[in-house]
Structures are given as C-alpha cells and as structure tokens.
Design a binder for this molecule. Structure first.
Ligand code: SF4
Length: 87
C-alpha cells in the first residue's frame, strides 16, 4: 500500500491535474492482486484498446472508463462486443 494520501471524497473539479493522474496511477499500482488480471492479459487488453477507434485520451467513448482501470479488473469486459472478455 502506498503512503500517499488520497482524498476519497474529492471530485475531479477539486483536484489538480497532476494530483488526479498521480491518484489514478497509484490506484492501478495498489489494486489487489486477487482482483487483477495477469500482466499478459492486461497488456493484451490494452493493445486492443490502443487499436480501437473508441479510445480517446485514455478513455473509452462507449463506457466512459479509463481503459487502464477497466482492463485491470478480472470481472470487466469490453463494453462493445467481444473485443476483450471477463476472465
Ligand atoms: S474497452 Fe472496448 S470499446 Fe472501449 S476502447 Fe477498449 S476495445 Fe474499444
């Protein structure tokens, strides 16, 4: 677990850009191993997103998620058809 303090009640409008992206990266780093996909599957999912026309600024235009967060989670799937699946 990180020593960084994350405000769990702040909205985006209340965070600076650097703080926000630092918090996102820390969230990814700290996400529990038992809930995250293996590294190879994570890379595969992100490679699919990188080549998807729905990706814009790190976000999926279909669901509004940051793909690096969505693809991290075992229970998630691509919201648009069968591009990548729950594992
Ligand atoms: S989650 Fe699916 S629809 Fe969204 S950017 Fe990735 S591949 Fe495309």
């Amino acid at each position: 677990m990180s020593d960084n303090i994350i405000c769990r009640k702040c909205l985006l409008a209340e965070l600076g850009e650097d703080e926000y992206f630092t918090a996102l990266r820390q969230y990814i780093a700290d996400y529990p191993a038992e809930k995250r996909v293996p590294d190879g599957e994570y890379s595969r999912r992100l490679a699919v997103c990188r080549n998807c026309e729905r990706l814009a600024n790190g976000m999926c235009a279909v669901c509004g998620c940051y793909v690096e967060l969505r693809a991290l989670k075992t229970e998630q799937h691509c919201p648009e058809g069968d591009k990548w699946h729950k594992v």
